[in-house]
Ligand binder design. Structure first.
Ligand SMILES: NC(=O)c1ccc[n+]([C@@H]2O[C@H](COP(=O)([O-])OP(=O)(O)OC[C@H]3O[C@@H](n4cnc5c(N)ncnc54)[C@H](O)[C@@H]3O)[C@@H](O)[C@H]2O)c1
Length: 334
C-alpha cells in the first residue's frame, strides 16, 4: 500500500482497496454514503459495488457517462435526486468514476447545503494521477470548459489501480499523457522509468507527488499552479474545436504539449533539441500521431479560456526538463 499525505487529506493507493471500501468510508462518516457514479462504471462494477457496500448505509445516483454530464442540467438533476433521497449535511458524497464524476461530485459537494464532505474513488488513470488531486471542481458552460467551479478539497482519495483493467486503450493513453506531463514538469527520472512501459503503483504515486508539490505551493491557482496547464492551453482548444468527440482530454493535451514546445522554441525559451526529444517520445509511445495538428487552426478556440489575462495569453513553456516557465504573450504574436 502506498500513501501520500497532502496538507488537507490522504491519498491511498492499493490494489484491491475497493473490496474494503465500506471500512474506509466508515472512517469518514456516521451518516449515509451517497455514491455518484457514471452509467458505464456502474454497469461494469455494480455487482462488486453492492457487495462491497453491504455493511453501510448508502444510495447510488447514476449519471450518463461522458463530458456532457459536467453541465448545469446534470448538476440540477443530480442534486434533485440526492435531496429526494434525503441527503443531509453530515452525510458523505462519494465520486466513483473518472474526472467527469470527480469534478461534478466535487462541485455538488461544494455547493449543496453550502458544503457536504466528499471523497474521491477515481477509476481512470487520468483521474488517479490528476483530476482527483488538488481540489479543483467544476462544470462546463456552452462558452467553455470548467467555467463554473469551486476549490473544494476531498476528505480522502482512494485509488484502486485494478479499475484500470477495464479501461479502454484510448482512455489509458489519455491518462498516460498526464503522467508524462508530470514527469516533464517535475520528475525527469520518472520519464526514464516510463521508457520501459512500466505502469505500476509507484508510477502513479510519483505522478501524484509532482502534482501535490505544485498544488501545495499555490492551492488557489494564483501563480505557480498554472504550470500544471502545460499543454492545456491548446489542449482545451482542440477538445472544444472537435466538440469533445474526436480527441480524449489526454490526446488533446499531448498535441497541446507539442504546440507549447514549438511556440516555446519560437519565443526563444525552449531549446530546439528539447522540443525534438519530447516530440519523439510522444510519437514513439503513440500518444500523438502524425500528421500533427497545427496550432494556428486552434487559435480561435482559446479566446474564452481562463488562461487569458488582461495582458494576453498566459502560457506555460518548458525551458528544460523540470523547468517550466510561465510567460504572458500577445495572442496576435502567435
Ligand atoms: N479537477 C481537475 O483538477 C482536473 C484535472 C484534469 C482533468 N479534469 C477533468 O477530468 C475530465 C476527464 O476525466 P477522464 O479522462 O477520467 O474522463 P471521464 O470521467 O469521462 O472517463 C472517461 C471514460 O472512461 C469511462 N470509465 C471510467 N472508469 C472506467 C473504468 N474503470 N473502466 C472502464 N471505463 C471507465 C467513463 O465512463 C468514460 O466513458 C475532464 O472533464 C477534465 O476537465 C479535471
Amino acid at each position: 500500500m502506498e500513501t501520500i499525505k497532502t496538507i488537507d487529506y490522504t491519498i491511498t493507493i492499493d490494489n484491491g482497496l475497493f473490496d474494503n471500501i465500506a471500512q474506509l468510508l466508515k472512517t469518514h462518516t456516521n451518516g449515509t454514503c451517497h455514491i455518484i457514479v457514471d452509467s458505464k462504471v456502474y454497469k461494469l462494477y455494480q455487482e462488486s459495488l453492492k457487495k462491497n457496500l453491504e455493511a453501510i448505509n448508502y444510495t447510488i445516483t447514476i449519471v450518463r457517462d461522458g463530458e456532457g454530464s459536467k453541465s448545469f442540467t446534470t448538476y440540477q438533476d443530480t442534486v434533485a435526486k440526492l435531496i429526494q433521497k434525503g441527503i443531509r449535511r453530515d452525510d458523505l458524497l462519494v465520486a466513483l468514476g473518472g474526472g467527469v464524476i470527480g469534478d461534478l461530485c466535487g462541485f455538488i459537494a461544494a455547493t449543496l447545503y453550502r458544503g457536504i464532505p466528499f471523497v474521491q474513488i477515481p477509476t481512470t488513470l487520468l483521474s488517479m494521477v490528476d483530476s482527483s488531486i488538488g481540489g479543483k471542481t467544476a462544470i462546463n458552460l456552452p462558452q467553455g470548459k470548467n467555467l463554473v467551479g469551486a476549490f473544494n478539497m476531498p476528505e480522502a482519495v482512494f485509488i484502486d489501480p485494478e479499475f484500470l483493467s477495464t479501461l479502454e486503450e484510448n482512455q489509458l493513453r489519455s491518462g498516460l499523457v498526464e503522467v508524462y506531463k508530470a514527469a516533464l514538469l517535475g520528475d525527469k527520472n520518472l520519464l526514464e522509468d516510463l521508457k520501459v512501459d512500466r505502469l505500476d503503483n509507484q508510477v502513479i504515486k510519483r505522478a501524484i507527488e509532482v502534482k501535490r508539490i505544485i498544488v501545495e505551493q499555490d492551492p488557489y491557482d494564483q501563480g505557480a499552479r498554472l504550470v500544471l496547464n502545460f499543454g492545456h492551453t491548446f489542449g482545451h482548444a482542440i477538445e472544444k474545436a472537435h466538440n469533445f468527440e474526436t480527441y480524449t482530454h489526454g490526446e488533446a493535451v499531448a498535441e497541446g504539449i507539442i504546440m507549447a514546445l514549438q511556440i516555446g522554441v519560437d519565443q526563444g525559451i525552449t531549446p530546439n533539441a528539447l522540443c525534438h526529444e519530447i516530440k519523439a517520445i510522444l510519437l514513439e509511445k503513440h500518444l500523438v500521431t502524425e500528421p500533427l495538428l497545427n496550432y494556428k487552426d486552434y487559435l480561435p478556440y482559446i479566446s474564452h479560456d481562463k488562461k487569458m489575462s488582461r495582458d494576453g495569453l498566459r502560457f506555460v513553456f518548458l525551458k528544460d526538463y523540470e523547468h517550466p516557465v510561465i510567460k504572458t504573450i500577445d495572442q496576435g504574436a502567435l
